[in-house]
Design a protein around this ligand. Structure first.
Ligand code: ADP
Ligand code: MG
Length: 240
């Protein structure tokens, strides 16, 4: 059993979509302080829509509470300032900017102090980004761009990192490295992480809790252990 942790993010009855198309039909998730939560779901289930709704990129209804504060009516930049940073699906790095410029862009919600120290800290966690700090992001490998996208999000000093399909298109060994870094950020820095991931087996290895999303709502949730033992989930998402 994982010890009882305080809730950090609470999402209740979340409804969101695009225009007349309703994608999320009443979604509930809770991410506890200091925890890695993983959301599993097939293509088109609404995983990215969930991330966008939390970070304020799309209109949504329902209740989203972060550290006890309601954020359903807040704008994306306010939500970043409250402590939630999103690493979007497809990474979203600025390919024409250098690695360092991308990282500085990630600190846009902050005032000057501490930014230089943070640059050094993340270069320590991602040494290959330091080597490439003056290169254009567009010239980096897929794995390096994903690391950059994560480091850029960390520049806002989040309490909660939203990570949307970080392993998409990456070789297994790079994916492994990426998950090792996420795990370290969680254990060493106490960063809470909500990850959407197709590679369910790998994600479950670093997860404390798991949510399974099907067509706009959560159909199963539990500890990583409980979900690994759930036959239906195993067949559908874990392939054994
Ligand atoms: N910008 C958009 N406009 C209209 N429909 C969209 C848009 N983005 C996603 N959708 C639709 O919303 C549903 C959920 O998409 P998404 O949240 O991206 O799924 P997932 O990330 O789980 O693969 C899909 O049916 C998709 O076609
Ligand atoms: Mg998606």
């Amino acid at each position: 059993m994982t010890p009882e942790r305080a809730p950090l993010l609470e999402v209740r009855d979340l409804v969101a979509g695009y225009g007349a198309v309703q994608v999320l039909t009443g979604l509930d998730i809770t991410v506890a302080e200091g925890e890695v939560a993983v959301m599993l779901g097939a293509n088109g289930a609404g995983k990215t829509t969930t991330m966008r709704a939390i970070s304020g990129m799309i209109n949504r209804k329902g209740t989203i509470t972060f550290r006890g504060e309601a954020l359903t009516r807040r704008a994306p930049d306010e939500i970043v300032r409250m402590g939630i940073a999103q690493v979007p699906q497809g990474r979203g790095t600025f390919t024409d900017l250098t690695v360092e410029e991308n990282l500085r862009a990630g600190a846009y919600v902050r005032k000057g102090s501490g930014i230089e120290a943070d640059l050094e800290e993340w270069f320590g966690v991602f040494p290959r980004l330091r080597e490439r700090r003056s290169q254009k992001a567009g010239g980096l490998s897929g794995g390096e761009q994903q690391m950059l996208a994560i480091a850029r999000a960390l520049m806002s000093r989040p309490k909660l990192l939203l990570c949307d399909e970080p392993s998409l298109g990456l070789a297994p060994i790079i994916t492994q490295e990426l998950f090792d870094v996420l795990k370290r950020l969680n254990t060493e820095q106490g960063l809470s992480i909500l990850i959407v991931e197709q590679n369910a087996n790998l994600a479950l290895r670093i997860a404390h809790s798991v949510f399974v999303l099907e067509t706009g709502s959560i159909v199963a949730s539990g500890t990583a252990q409980e979900i690994s033992n759930n036959d239906a989930v195993r067949t559908a998402y874990l392939g054994y």
